[in-house]
Every structure is written in structure tokens, then in C-alpha cells.
Design a protein around this ligand. Sequence first.
Ligand code: NAP
Length: 282
Amino acid sequence: MEILNGKELKKKKLLELKEQVLKLSQPLGFAVVQVGHNEASNVYIRQKEKMAEQLGYEFYHISLEEDILEDELIQTIQELNEDEKVHGILVQMPLPSHIDAKKVQDAVNPEKDVDGLNALNSGKLLKQEEGLLPCTPSGIITLLHAYQIPLCGRHAVVVGRSELVGKPLALLLLNEDATVTICHSKTEHLEQYTKMADILISAVGKKDFIRADMVKEGAVVIDVGMNRVDGKLYGDVKYDEVAPYCSYITPVPGGVGPMTVLELGENVYRAHQKQLKKTFDR
Ligand code: NAP
């Protein structure tokens, strides 16, 4: 069994990316918009700020009050869309319930949408056109490629169908010519599917959800889950029990999480490249 070490790969790839960033004539700007003061969001934003610092990006943390109106939030995003110093924009989720998160995501200029979640970028993924991809799914593909794990023709089973992880990941795997099965909370006899997986990805959000008797011997197991219990972080996979059966497995922490942050850094750079190209094409 080999560990898929996202932490190490992120370190290596951030250095490579920094070399590219240093060649640019202007600093890149990355804006994170936060509404309210959700504790978990604060932690994720600090990780993003650290990544931005490592890459020499200008980091703009726009912190807005919990009771901000949807129109006011969209107005703030439109100002960032217009701001030439800002190359990437991310709206930190979750948003308060009085705000329509999809409407807000769609307000981000698709060329600055470093979360890859607005409708245009989702459509481009579906049509296999070049756009900005959501960070966790693309980070998983980067990790699989780095360890030269073949995807073509292999059976990938994705547990979870969220717009953030499960659905885009299933499409990316399909684009890699994997045979893809998507499971969710209404799937009957889940273990029958998971046991058939050459590559099993769990994006459910429940500690100890994937147990050894659900995994085929020699499978590659990717654990997306991030479950905080008594202040400690756990994945979805019962790691000690499952690891001996796998050919490869991601740890939590240190697997998919760092890859997500890396891809975000990459997306800010890619977004800038797209904006540059558009300027030249004009
Ligand atoms: P989500 O929106 O809550 O989606 C969870 C998915 O799991 C849903 O599709 C749900 O099915 C499915 N599910 C729930 N119970 C199930 C069951 N008993 N059997 C089969 N499927 C079941 O969550 P998410 O945003 O995709 O995130 C999933 C996990 O990944 C969370 O722990 C999150 O914190 C973590 N995450 C980690 C990263 C990272 O960088 N490592 C990034 C993003 C998310 P239905 O659709 O039928 O409800």
C-alpha cells in the first residue's frame, strides 16, 4: 500500500507555480469574499491567505456582515469583476440562508471564477471546453496523475453527487475515459458498487463511512471527507481498517485537502492567463 501524499505534492507544485508567477510583470490579485464569521470558514480562508502569501499574490479578504442584502453582495462582486488588480474571486461558502448562493456564484466573472463553480464554467466542463475547473475534483485528478495511476477503462465509483465535488469529479473521470458510477444517499446496496471500484472516491461527509468490507482488494481509495469530531479532523474512510486492502490511499489530513488549495493557486494563475489572452485578442 502506498500513501498518496497530497501535502508533499502540493509543496513541490507550489514551487513550480511560483517560478511561473515570478516571471509575470505584475502581482496577481486574489479576492475572497466572506459573509458573516463562520469559524470553519475562517480556518479555510487562513489556508487560502497562506497559499497566496507563498505565491506572492496580493490577497484581498472582503469581510461582510451576516445581514448584508443579496443585491449589496452582488454589487461588491461586480466591483471586483471590474477591478483590474483582482484576477481571481472566490465567494466563501456557506452563505447565510437569505442569500441565493447560485445567483452569487453566477455573478462572478467566469474568467475570475477560481472556484470553477459558476454556470458557464460548469457548462464548459460538461462540453469538455477549456474553463476554470472546481479545485477539489481537479486536485484529485492531479494527484492520480502524479502517481501515474491509470484511469482509462478503469471503474471509478464516486460516492457523493454534490456540485462542489461529486458531479464535477465524475465528469473529469469520464473525460479521462474511466467508467464511472455515481452513488448517493438513495443508492441501494451501496457496498455492491463500492466493492466493484478500481478507484473509490468518497465525498460524503461522514466519519468511518467507508469500511474494509466495502472495498475491493487492491483498490485506489480517495478520501475527500473532512469531518471535525471533538476538534480532530477525520475523513470518510475508516483508515486503519481500509488501508491494508488498498494499493493507494489518501490520508486525512494531508491527502485531498492540500491538493484543493494547490489547485486554487493554479486557478488564479490560469485566470490571469485567460484575462491576458482576452486582452490580446481584443
Ligand atoms: P454534500 O454537499 O453534503 O454532499 C454529500 C453527498 O454525500 C451527497 O451527494 C449525499 O447524497 C451523499 N450521501 C450522504 N449520505 C450518504 C449515504 N448514506 N450513502 C451514500 N451517499 C450519501 O458535501 P460535499 O460538499 O460534496 O462534501 C463532502 C465531504 O467532502 C465533506 O466532508 C466536506 O467537508 C468534504 N470536502 C473536502 C474538501 C477537501 O478539500 N478535502 C473539499 C470539499 C468538500 P444526496 O445527494 O442524495 O443527498
